[in-house]
Design a protein around this ligand. Structure first.
Ligand SMILES: Nc1ncnc2c1ncn2[C@@H]1O[C@H](COP(=O)(O)OP(=O)(O)O)[C@@H](O)[C@H]1O
Ligand SMILES: [Mg+2]
Length: 257
């Protein structure tokens, strides 16, 4: 290969943003020469290397955008510890049908039973399937919506939050909503309704939602939209955090009170 041709090849790889091919090219050409590799084999190897590199980097970017509070997967989840969760339901969610059908997932249960872990675990599968995801804590969400409303930017904020294929709203009900907060939350749920999926977690049963939102009518309007196409996973079990603590206390021979 002439120097001019090699230089043009390198420049084109850069222009076409074929970064990985540019990185491996020199070594690969040497090896391909020695091994008498066919053109089709060489093209296949180089393009496949670029594709897998691009997939990897775009997954890393999507995970960063998602903003999880911690990174755990469904493989890290001990389903034996939480027998009230039907593994078939989790496997069904893994098929991504809920994303295609714009359905929601509601995870209910007391603190420490794995609601956030499962939400993140399902979301990691969603990201692996190349869909965008955004995680937000409910209190933070309402603060941001209030701020946007105050700054006359509510429409833009709602639009941004509606574009993600999956939005995780974590810890609904830990803090009560004021009238404006409930109203803004309702607007977000309405905007996403039948357009994109939500995973919502709450430590409160649906019967308490009137109290959380300070208004039965708003609460039932929100629930109506959320539950219309949804999977509800009600986790009835012990806190995993408590189990971990008990284990440590047993190890050090302490009193677990
Ligand atoms: N069944 C489980 N298997 C493995 N880790 C778990 C399980 N349940 C909870 N955890 C871990 O316990 C901690 C608390 O779980 P989390 O999902 O945050 O609870 P919450 O239901 O309050 O959202 C996290 O570190 C989580 O990874
Ligand atoms: Mg949680």
């Amino acid at each position: 290969m002439s120097t001019i041709m090699y230089e043009r090849l390198c420049a084109n790889l850069e222009r076409l943003k074929l970064t990985k091919i540019a990185m491996v090219l020199d070594n690969y050409l040497e090896r391909a020469n020695k091994e008498d590799t066919s053109i089709i084999e060489a093209l296949d190897y180089l393009i496949e290397t670029e594709r897998s590199y691009k997939d990897e980097t775009s997954l890393i970017m999507r995970v960063n955008v998602a903003g999880f509070p911690y990174r755990k997967t469904l493989e890290d989840f001990d389903f034996k510890f939480q027998p009230s969760i039907d593994i078939k339901t989790i496997n069904e969610l893994k098929t991504m049908r809920f994303i295609h059908n714009k359905e929601n997932v509601i995870l209910l249960g007391p603190p420490g039973v794995g609601k956030t872990h499962l939400a993140i675990g399902i979301a990691q599968e969603v990201l692996r399937n190349k869909f965008s995801t955004y995680y937000i804590n409910c209190h933070k969400l309402v603060t941001q919506l209030n701020k946007a409303e105050y700054e006359n930017k509510l429409e833009i904020k709602l639009k941004t939050l509606s574009k993600y294929k999956l939005l995780i709203i974590d810890e609904v009900g830990y803090l009560p909503f004021d009238k404006q907060g409930a109203n803004l939350f309702f607007q977000l749920i309405s905007k996403r309704y039948e357009k994109n999926s939500i995973i919502l977690t709450s430590n409160k049963g649906f019967s308490d939602w009137g109290e959380i939102f300070g208004d039965n009518t708003v609460a039932s309007a929100i629930l109506d939209r959320l539950l219309h196409h949804s999977t509800v996973i009600n986790i009835k079990g012990e806190s995993y955090r408590l189990k971990e603590r008990k284990k440590v206390f047993t190890m050090i021979g302490g009193d677990n009170k």
